[in-house]
Design a protein around this ligand. Structure first.
Ligand code: SR1
Ligand code: MG
Length: 403
């Protein structure tokens, strides 16, 4: 058995060549490391005809911080197995895993070179008409078919155990629910919004609601989550959408994945007036994003409701009143977790390009403040807000009062 070692480009070439059928015997292979994420090495291996694959390797530490932040390389197994599981239920929107080596913590996967990263595209003002439909389908299928509605009790417990992911869950537990609400050294707060960030540290009313959401994140194994559905984990083009980077996957509350997706569209919504100097373009982008959020929630909730009605295996869970209550609780969680994502992307360790690319410091501070206000409002109103239309009204109201 080969021991774990950190790959260089030659290792990545050998790994790809050994485990892929894509390259012929006399292929001339080259590789480049192009990972720009927070945690891993990512290589593209290409032959002389342009055929390519991706080799992703988990480092024994967080790449963005270095060896002082050790992390289990088991996250590569989690990522491969989440993608393989989700790929069974929604292959059209899940990146394909071609091979996984547990000892090397390395995954060989399809190269999505015909796609672009959603966040990069949104920051440029691009729009994709099927984004909401595709992400809704991915989440409805993958979350429903890994839930108690389908799995037997023993099968579900085995699945929960398979996806115990302590290191990566701890990152989320800290970065989402703890750090933004105290003066933590990991926080990354632009000086102009420091007074608003300090208010978060004193906001006991908000902190109580965030504690409820954190407790649910810790103890509500509803389905096998992707765990990190931000717009950097979504590859897209005009025809299709694929989810990548499932290393934060574990059994948790369904609303966490839905809320992460919605919040990332909202972050771009908030940034749009500052990213696009043309006010008509900014307004069009904002209109597009709100429509996508509305379509996403309608499509996700309709599909999940339909699946509950027709595919539920457990006789007790076939009760339609229970299913309605379940869907409502997923909605409440979704809005709450969306609020947490908005706040943590503004004052926490991991920012987003949508806000960080705003060059004017005053404009950026105004957008970041708006993200905090909206995040707070969503968390506080999540149980009373009636439906997604009311959520979007809240979004528009806060944007209007902030401008
Ligand atoms: C140290 S990891 C920071 C963030 O990057 C990942 O994509 C997750 O969103 C995580 O919170
Ligand atoms: Mg990632």
């Amino acid at each position: 058995m080969t021991d774990y070692r950190i790959f260089n480009t030659t290792d990545a070439i050998h790994f790809a060549d050994e485990h892929s059928e894509l390259f012929g015997d006399h292929s001339k292979l080259t590789a480049e490391e192009f990972g720009d994420g927070n945690l891993n090495l990512v290589f593209r291996v290409v032959n002389d005809k342009g055929t390519s694959v991706i080799v992703k390797q988990a480092l024994p530490y967080a790449r963005c911080v270095g060896e002082s932040w050790p992390l289990s390389t088991d996250r590569a197994r989690i990522e491969a197995e989440v993608l393989q599981t989700h790929g069974r239920f929604c292959p059209e929107h899940t990146v394909e895993v071609l091979y996984f080596d547990r000892t090397l913590s390395a995954i060989l996967m399809e190269d999505l070179k015909q796609y672009e990263i959603l966040r990069t595209a949104l920051v440029k003002g691009k729009q994709f008409s099927k984004l909401a439909e595709h992400v809704a389908r991915y989440l409805a299928q993958s979350l429903f078919y890994t839930s108690d509605f389908v799995l037997t009790g023993p099968a579900k417990k085995a699945a929960v155990a398979q996806f115990i992911n302590p290191d990566l869950c701890l990152i989320t537990e800290d970065l989402f629910f703890t750090d933004p609400y105290c003066n933590h050294e990991r926080n990354n707060i632009h000086s102009l919004i420091l007074p608003r960030a300090r208010q978060l540290w004193q906001d006991e009313e908000l902190q109580a609601e965030v504690a409820v959401l954190k407790a649910d994140f810790l103890s509500k194994p509803q389905a096998l989550l992707h765990g990190d559905v931000h717009s950097g984990s979504i590859f897209i083009n005009s025809g299709n959408t694929k989810l990548i980077d499932a290393e934060f996957g574990y059994y948790g509350p369904i609303g966490f994945d839905c809320g992460s997706f919605i919040a990332n569209l909202l972050l771009n919504y908030i940034a749009s007036p500052a990213l696009f100097s043309n006010t008509e373009q900014a307004a069009a982008q904002q209109h597009y994003l709100l429509t996508q959020i509305s379509d996403f929630w309608s499509s996700f909730s309709q599909q999940f409701t339909q699946l509950m009605a027709t595919e539920t295996q457990d006789p007790a869970l076939q009760n339609s009143r229970y299913q309605q209550r379940f869907m409502h609780s997923v909605f409440v969680d979704t809005i709450g977790y969306a609020g947490c994502e908005l706040i943590r992307r503004t004052v926490g360790l991991a920012h987003v390009a949508d806000l960080d690319k705003i060059t004017n410091a005053n404009q950026r501070a105004a957008c970041e403040t708006q993200a905090i206000e909206l995040g707070r409002a969503l968390i506080m109103a999540r149980e009373s807000v009636k439906d997604i239309a009311a959520v979007l009204q809240l979004v528009s109201d806060i944007a209007t009062t902030s401008n």
